[in-house]
Every structure is written in structure tokens, then in C-alpha cells.
Ligand binder design. Structure first.
Ligand SMILES: N[C@@H](CCC(=O)N[C@@H](CS)C(=O)NCC(=O)O)C(=O)O
Length: 237
């Protein structure tokens, strides 16, 4: 199997953590996608994933699977022991519900904010974003407000349970954790009063699958592309 992704990015991190939890990373060959030069918007990549995002899983029979939740289901089911997506009907339903909330209320909104209201991935990618570029900042800010509400929601959830969907670590935790990484890249930090979310984040960060995951660092050759973003983040600090 191959995974087309870009090291250092939050959605790819979701799948790198899944691989760690399942202990199957040695079965994967990684193929780097050059997001900075908009390789994901060109025909060869769009043929793999028409939505133009990473990660994408390529099976040995040539099938391409995009969307982290779909990739996670596939990888989690391979050994017949779906620890991340639920084993019983009730577990599956609860995990799926919280996973959907994590996508809608956190990581997707943070992504819109990142690409529209910050320098994001730079000029090369702007042409592929919202056509009404004049309103991009307002659009991004609206999504940031939604994500801030999402952080408050997950903080409340984690006051009464150890993990996002209940007693066990699941794909919903992975999505919330990587959303907060995405927030760091966008300058949207967890408010200090959200103690439960902060404590949970520190606990999850210590899991071997999270702490030792591959592809954590941005590659040195990619850093120059991020200069405008880093300047923006420094100006907010
Ligand atoms: N819903 C998608 C989101 C994937 C996504 O947004 N990936 C980012 C990298 S973290 C990306 O490819 N961004 C490129 C772009 O938006 O131009 C998933 O679950 O896989």
C-alpha cells in the first residue's frame, strides 16, 4: 500500500497516528505530494483524489481512497479488530457521531480559516481557493469562530469522560488532536480556561502512536514556502 501525503501536515498526521495504533506502518510506502507548488491541484493528483487533498491511500490493486475517515475505516478493519472505529453497533455509532462533530466543528473550520484568513500555503495555492477572494478574510474568520466554539464543546465533553467518544481512545480523539495541531499552524490556540481539553491533549500526546509517529516535522526544503505564514504567526504571538 502507498500513502500520498505531505510530512508535517495535520490531516496526514491523522493517518500516521492510525498506522501507529495499528502497528502497520511497515506495510506502507509514502509518496510525498508537493502542496506548496500545488501538485495536488494538477491532473495526475486530481485523478487520484478529485477534491485535491492529502492524504490518499493507494491499494495494491490501484484503488485510491481519500478522506481520513474512510482511510481509517479501511486500515482499522484490515485485521478484523477495529479498535479505532468501534467493535459493537453502539461503539461504532458513538464514535461516528463524535468523529463527525470533530470534522464539522473543528478541523474543517480551522482548515478554512487557515487557507482564507492567514497566508496559508502561499500565493501558488490562492487561485485554487474561494473564487470570491475579496471576502476571504470574513469567510475565514467566521469559520474560526465556529472552531473556537468547537473547542469549548470538546472541553465540556472531556470534563466527564477520558476520551472524546467514551472510555476508549478512538478515531474521534485522533481528529480532535490533529485539529488542535492545525489550530497551532493557524494561530488558533486552545483558550487557557479549557483545562479538560488541555489535560486530554497532553495525555494523548504521550501515546506512543502519537509521540513517535513518522512525518511530524516539516521538511527543511519546505520551510521557505512557509515564511509568510511564520511571519504572520509571529506577529500574532
Ligand atoms: N476532509 C479531508 C481533509 C484533507 C485536507 O484538507 N488536507 C490538507 C492537508 S492538512 C490539504 O490537502 N490541503 C490542501 C489544500 O487545501 O489546498 C480528509 O479528511 O482527508
Amino acid at each position: 500500500m502507498k500513502i500520498h501525503d505531505t510530512p508535517g501536515f495535520p490531516n496526514p498526521a491523522r493517518i500516521r497516528i492510525v498506522l501507529g495504533e495499528k502497528g502497520i506502518e511497515s506495510q506502507i510506502e509514502f509518496v510525498k505530494v508537493d502542496l506548496y507548488n500545488a501538485e495536488h491541484q494538477k491532473a495526475p493528483f486530481l485523478a487520484k483524489n478529485p477534491t485535491g487533498t492529502v492524504p490518499v491511500l493507494e491499494l495494491d490493486d490501484g484503488t485510491f481512497i481519500a478522506e481520513c475517515i474512510a482511510i481509517t475505516h479501511y486500515l482499522d478493519e484490515l485485521d478484523g479488530n477495529p479498535i479505532l472505529t468501534g467493535r459493537t453497533a453502539r461503539e461504532k455509532a458513538e464514535i461516528q457521531m463524535m468523529q463527525k462533530r470533530a470534522d464539522d466543528q473543528l478541523i474543517d473550520g480551522i482548515g478554512v480559516f487557515f487557507h482564507h484568513a492567514t497566508p496559508g500555503l502561499g500565493d501558488v495555492n490562492k487561485q485554487h481557493k474561494d473564487a470570491d477572494w475579496a471576502l476571504r478574510k470574513e469567510w475565514g474568520e467566521k469559520h474560526a469562530q465556529k472552531a473556537i466554539k468547537g473547542m469549548a464543546y470538546f472541553n465540556e465533553v472531556l470534563k466527564s469522560r477520558p476520551f472524546v467518544a467514551g472510555d476508549s481512545f478512538s478515531v474521534a480523539d485522533i481528529t480532535v488532536f490533529c485539529a488542535l495541531i492545525h489550530g497551532d499552524y493557524a494561530g488558533l490556540n486552545v483558550p487557557a480556561e479549557h483545562a479538560a481539553l488541555t489535560e486530554w491533549r497532553a495525555r494523548v500526546a504521550e501515546r506512543p502512536s502519537v509521540k513517535n509517529r513518522s512525518g511530524q516535522e516539516l521538511l527543511p526544503e519546505d520551510l521557505p514556502h512557509l515564511t509568510p505564514l511564520l511571519e504572520y504567526l509571529n506577529s500574532k504571538a
